[in-house]
Design a protein around this ligand. Sequence first.
Ligand SMILES: [Zn+2]
Length: 164
Amino acid sequence: MDDSLTVRLLYLLALPLVTLGHELGHAAVPLLRTREPVTVDVGPDFSRPLFQVRAGRLTVVMRRLFFWGGLCIWEGRLTPHQHFWATAGGPLASLLMLGLGAVALVGIRTETVWLVAQIFMILSFGQLVITLWPMRYPTWLLGYAHRESDGAWLLRLWPRRRPA
Ligand SMILES: [Zn+2]
């Protein structure tokens, strides 16, 4: 079970799931607070869609480069307060997945669960750091170049999150 090909395959399968979890965290507030469509992209928008799933106003697009990040796009207008929580939703979802991984790691002591939980935790933790670190993504990060991280948005929205 712990040969390196299996581990690599598990990482490849876990990556889009962890991204999906993070982006659905962003989608929650716009879905609950607006009546407009919300799109979750798993993979950068320049890569072609493999398939898409629609559930009410939510569309999830799985793209060919599904292992290369993701985006949540909402069309409805959010107040600064709602925008803050929509932005925080992604990192909070990553944190939740990290916590669930830890619970599985402690609670279910089989080799497979350990391996899968560890992979989910490593990816969720990496995602948490990359999205929460306040920065503008570099040019080489194709599909996300010059976009601001969740952390940068949260810092900007923090003073505006309460109505004056
Ligand atoms: Zn995010």
